[in-house]
Design a protein around this ligand. Sequence first.
Ligand SMILES: N[C@@H](CCC(=O)N[C@@H](CS)C(=O)NCC(=O)O)C(=O)O
Length: 201
Amino acid sequence: MLRLYDYLPSGNGYKVRLLLTQLGIPFERIELDILKGLTRTPEFLAKFPNGRIPAVELEDSKLLFESNAIITYFAEGTPFLPDDKYNRAQVMQWLFFEQYSHEPYIASVRFLVMYPQVSDDRRMIIDFMRRRGHDGLGVMEGHLKSHDWFVGQHYSIADIALYAYTNVAGDGGFDLSAYPSIRAWLERVKSQPKHIPITQG
Ligand SMILES: N[C@@H](CCC(=O)N[C@@H](CS)C(=O)NCC(=O)O)C(=O)O
């Protein structure tokens, strides 16, 4: 069976859990406590040299890491990834945006706030990271003012990727009250069939 290496509080892991659940693809979830360094063992690194979850081992033993690569793989040929060339490029646009302008700030600030015991040099630039996080939220708000979804007329992996850490941005102290279009979109995502919360394995 497909194996997902995961860590329940992780939004990156959640993207994969959520998509697999919505696609009805069965998987075995292997929980690795990142705070105990379980993604940095020689065994894990031999398979996944980046030492991070999420990572998957496919049924034919092929390996894949990076959340957005994994969700793109599983979304291929389904309504979660459009066929049209321009729409697909727009999905990629938002997946790259999420990894460059959103997750490094919103997810990382959440991590620093949730785990104050972890020593991390990024604490020195947390105010900068918060500002950058709000810049990312501003871009999302601007798009969602006139669109229901990130790409075309449908829920796609672009929505899944951006939902994962936006919905828990409050854990890092990001106040979403100034972003009404984001809040309305979060509710639309939550109302999609087979939706699961981040807390569900
Ligand atoms: N760009 C990667 C980020 C993955 C990532 O940062 N994973 C964290 C959990 S959210 C992790 O495994 N950290 C453990 C470590 O760095 O040792 C992705 O989207 O999959």
